[in-house]
Each structure stands twice: as C-alpha cells, then as structure tokens.
Design a protein around this ligand. Structure first.
Ligand SMILES: Nc1ncnc2c1ncn2[C@@H]1O[C@H](COP(=O)(O)OP(=O)(O)O)[C@@H](O)[C@H]1O
Ligand SMILES: [Mg+2]
Length: 265
C-alpha cells in the first residue's frame, strides 16, 4: 500500500506545494489524481517514490518510510512522466527498455523475455530496433511505459502521460494502461488535469493548491460544478449529458450542445 500521512512539502520556505495530504492506494487499485496546473500533482508523484521527501508527515510504501529507504521506494514505484523525450536513455527501443533491467541486475535471458513480452503486449514489438526519437508521441509514451512495466514495479505513477497527445492517441494510451493494470496486481496513481479521462475511474482524488479538496467516485466529484470551477477543473461534457438524461429532460442535440457550450447546464 502507498500511504500519505499528513504530508507537507515546500520547495520554498513557508510556501507549501503539498499541504496536509492524506490518501492510500492499495495494490491492484486504480486511483486518479485530478487537478489543474500548479495544483501539486507532479510534486505528489515525486513524493511517492522518494525522489522528494516530506518536510512534515510521512510517505509509506508497503510499510517502508521514504525517509528511511528512498532507494527501496524507487524499486517499488515506477513513474512515467509527461514528456517521453526526457525519459529515453537507449539508442533503440530495445536498448531503452533493457537499460532499466540491467540496472536491476536482471539476468540477460530474463531481460530478453521481459522485453519481448511487454513490447508484444503494448503493440510496439516491431519498433524494437528503431530509435525512440523516430516514433510518434503515442508510440514514444508506450516505450516509456514498457520500460517501467518491464521492471515489474508494485505501483505505477503516471504523471500526465497523455497531456501532449492528440485525443485519439490519448484514448488509446489510457485504454491500454487501464486494461493492462486491471489484468495485473499493480496499484496505480493516474495523474491528469483532463477530467474526461477519469470518468471511468472508481476513485478520484481532486487536488488544488497542494491540498486534497475531495475524494470519491465520478458522480461525487463531478456533480459539484461550482466546486470544480473554483479549482479550475472542467466538468466533462459527457457527465453533463448524463445528468441531463438522468433528470429525464427531452432536448434536441443542438439545444443540449448549446447549453453545454454556454455553461447553462
Ligand atoms: N522545482 C521547483 N522549484 C520551486 N517551485 C516549484 C518547483 N516545482 C514545482 N514548483 C511549484 O510547486 C507548485 C506545484 O507544482 P507541481 O507539483 O508541478 O504542480 P502540477 O504538476 O499540478 O502542475 C507550483 O506552485 C509550482 O510552481
Ligand atoms: Mg505536473
């Protein structure tokens, strides 16, 4: 389990980037962290694997305090960031994925098996000998995800991994990650500012100014339009349509779209 216990973190004195944060993620759970730019999401990501340590409070991963053993946390928690170009270390996709495994002293044969398996699963097997820089944004992100998954972490933190992608690739990457981790027993913190993405997620943590504002399912999170507006997060159009239908209202698609556009819903 990842456990944040009254965690505070500041880059500059007296200015909390994360303030009194409490949450838990169990193995096998898929949890979303939703918040606007600057709300503290990436800071929270870096706190989960011991890259940053709390100024006050504690972060535990499977009972291990990040202040005691940051390196153990790094082996338990895999992180993928927004920009795949910042994450490549190899000249080919194969080398790039294998690099992390070499660092873990995984035996060559086992490393080969893992690279084969994960690239097949993610649909990037045909790019093994290609340079990561030649791939599309979505494919690059698949390579970054493969590199982390090959290390078989217990937890995965995905920090805005779809933010730079077009809507089609965004959906593809989200679906892929969602189905792969549902098949496994990995605990996931899926970080995003895009509210549409997290509609299917059972537990959403809404953050603003480094603080947890609300935690719950999509119905609880998205039904308070005023709250979302105040923290700079949009209400997904599909949720508005859902609310509309639930109330049994009969409208044309034009009226519905106009109401959404003009924030009348
Ligand atoms: N390296 C840093 N040095 C100083 N302040 C930072 C640094 N990184 C982030 N911050 C500040 O911390 C706050 C939270 O940032 P961040 O965690 O990156 O938010 P998000 O990922 O939600 O956009 C912001 O006010 C940001 O300006
Ligand atoms: Mg960020």
């Amino acid at each position: 389990m990842i456990r944040f216990e009254s965690v505070y973190f500041a880059y500059e004195k007296e200015k909390w980037a994360v303030e009194n944060l409490n949450f838990k993620i169990k193995k096998g759970e898929f949890v979303a962290l939703l918040g606007s730019n600057g709300s503290g999401k990436s800071t929270i990501a870096r706190l989960t694997d011991g890259l940053l340590l709390p100024n006050k409070g504690n972060v535990f991963v499977d009972g291990i305090n990040s202040k005691d053993s940051p390196n153990i946390l790094k082996s338990k928690v895999g992180i993928v960031f927004q920009n795949p170009d910042d994450q490549f270390v190899g000249t080919t996709v194969e080398e790039d994925i294998a690099f992390g495994l070499e660092n873990l002293n995984i035996e060559r044969k086992e490393a080969h098996r893992r690279v084969y398996e994960i690239t097949k699963r993610l649909g990037i097997f045909r790019y093994l000998k290609s340079s990561p820089s030649m791939l599309s944004g979505g494919e690059k992100q698949k390579v970054a995800i493969a590199g982390v998954l090959a290390m078989q972490p217990d937890y995965l933190v995905l920090d805005e991994i779809t933010a730079l992608l077009d809507p089609v690739s965004r959906k593809e990457i989200f679906n892929l990650v969602y189905t792969i981790v549902k098949e496994s027993n990995i605990g996931v913190l899926y970080i995003t500012h895009i509210s549409e993405e997290v509609l299917p997620v059972e537990r959403i943590i809404l953050v603003s100014n480094g603080k947890k504002i609300k935690e719950g399912g999509s119905e609880e999170i998205f039904s308070d339009y005023k709250l979302l507006e105040s923290v700079g997060v949009s209400v997904p159009a599909i949720f508005k349509v859902y609310s509309f239908l639930k109330n049994g209202l009969d409208v044309t698609s034009h009226e519905l779209s106009e109401s959404i556009l003009l924030n009348k819903l």
